[in-house]
Design a binder for this molecule. Structure first.
Ligand code: PNS
Length: 189
C-alpha cells in the first residue's frame, strides 16, 4: 500500500527543481556556525583536539575566549590566549578566534551562531555542562548545545593541571601545543 502521508522534509530542504542549477531539488542547505567558548588559560591538547574535530563537523567555528575580569587572576592575558589560538588554528580555514564577555547565550546571538560546542572529558564534566546547556537554552532557544567527547588520551588534561605542572618545572610538552609551551616557558623561566 502506498503511504499517502506527505513526507516531512528536512527544515533546510531547498525544494527547487533540478533546473534551478546548483541549488537542485533535494539539495539540503545547512550552514552551521558553531561557537566553542572557554577560558583557554591556556589552551591544551584536549582543547586543540575539540577545535579540530568541531571544525570538521561545522561550516564555521568561532573559538571564543571569555574575557571575564571577575574570575580569579588568569595566567595569560586574553591577548596572549588569542595569539595561541591564532597560531594553533592557522591551518583551519573555517575557524576564527574572538573574545567575549557577558553571557554566552547573548554573544552567540550577536555572532549568529546556531550551535554551542563543548568538550566533555568525563562524567564529572557532564553535570555542570548539562546545567549550562539548560540555562543557555532558556536564555537563547535558537542555539543548541552540542558536545564533543575529548579524545581519551587528553581526558585527564586540564588548564589548571597544566599550569600547576609548568609552575613546578615539570615537562608539559606532551600536553600542550608548541604555541602554548613556548609561552609557558617564558612565564616560568
Ligand atoms: O573553559 P571554561 O572556563 O570551562 O569555560 C567556561 C565558559 C566560558 C564556557 C562559561 O563560563 C561561560 O559560558 N561563561 C559566560 C557567562 C555565561 O553565559 N554563563 C552561563 C549562565 S550563568
Amino acid at each position: 500500500m502506498v503511504n499517502a502521508r506527505p513526507r516531512r522534509l528536512p527544515r533546510n530542504f531547498c525544494g527547487r527543481s533540478a533546473a534551478d542549477g546548483p541549488h537542485a531539488r533535494g539539495t539540503i542547505h545547512s550552514m552551521i556556525h558553531a561557537v566553542y567558548p572557554g577560558s583557554f588559560d591556556p589552551l591544551h591538547n584536549g582543547h586543540a583536539d575539540v577545535v579540530r574535530r568541531a571544525a570538521r563537523v561545522y561550516d564555521t567555528l568561532t573559538v571564543a575566549v571569555l574575557d571575564n575580569p571577575t574570575k580569579r587572576e588568569p595566567l595569560f592575558t586574553v591577548q596572549e590566549r588569542l595569539e595561541i589560538l591564532e597560531e594553533v588554528t592557522r591551518d583551519m580555514a573555517n575557524v576564527r578566534v574572538d573574545r567575549f564577555d557577558g553571557l554566552l547565550a547573548n554573544y552567540a546571538g550577536v555572532i549568529q551562531a546556531n550551535v554551542i560546542v563543548k568538550g566533555l572529558r568525563a562524567i564529572s564534566d557532564f553535570e555542570y555542562e548539562l546545567q549550562m546547556a539548560h540555562l543557555n537554552r532558556n536564555l537563547n532557544p535558537d542555539v543548541e548545545t552540542t558536545f564533543i567527547m575529548t579524545a581519551t588520551r587528553w581526558s585527564y588534561v586540564s588548564s589548571t593541571r597544566v599550569k600547576e605542572l609548568a609552575q613546578y618545572g615539570a615537562d608539559v610538552s606532551r600536553l600542550v601545543p608548541p604555541a602554548t609551551l613556548k609561552r609557558l616557558e617564558t612565564k616560568f623561566k
